[in-house]
Design a protein around this ligand. Sequence first.
Ligand code: PRP
Length: 179
Amino acid sequence: MLVPRVFLTSEQIQKRIRDMGQQITKDYPDGPLYLIAILKGAFMFLADLSRSIRTPTRVEFIGISSYGQNKTTSGQVKVTKDLDVSIENHHVLIVEDIVDSGVTLTYLVNLLQQRRPKSLRIATLLDKPDRRMRPVDVTYVGFRIPDEFVVGYGLDYAEDYRNLSDICVLTEETPEAPA
Ligand code: PRP
């Protein structure tokens, strides 16, 4: 049986996001800053991060998937929903929930660079550096975490657990036999 065990509490997450928002506000004194969230996992992080940034922002979504129903990347990245607007000559901040192998962001950074933004940076809530297969330059990192499978706060396992307020480690536990 898979059991979610709390790894980062909602309070820890919210505090860290407020700090990230302050830093981003300082770094981008002038708007509009385009926040591009990667569906689906980043939806909750985007909601909180955007509210902690004081610079005028615009919110856009891009759908990218490489995991399907699996726990590890398939390496095959596909765009499931493209941007609705041009980002040419705008400051762009990609908002991601987790950087794991780096496959998703390597693909996305290449794609967005071709559209000539004024600047392009990445903010991720979680970073798992031990799993990196492709180097990714991430400017804003919420938490560096060990190689554990995490769910909650937008992150899923086969589409479950996204609505948890905490970030949890999913562990395999044997249910206790009834006495
Ligand atoms: C997850 C996560 C990141 C990506 C990170 O997305 O949300 O976008 O994987 O992994 P990587 O660094 O190994 O590429 P997923 O493909 O599971 O889609 P989802 O966000 O809809 O859950």
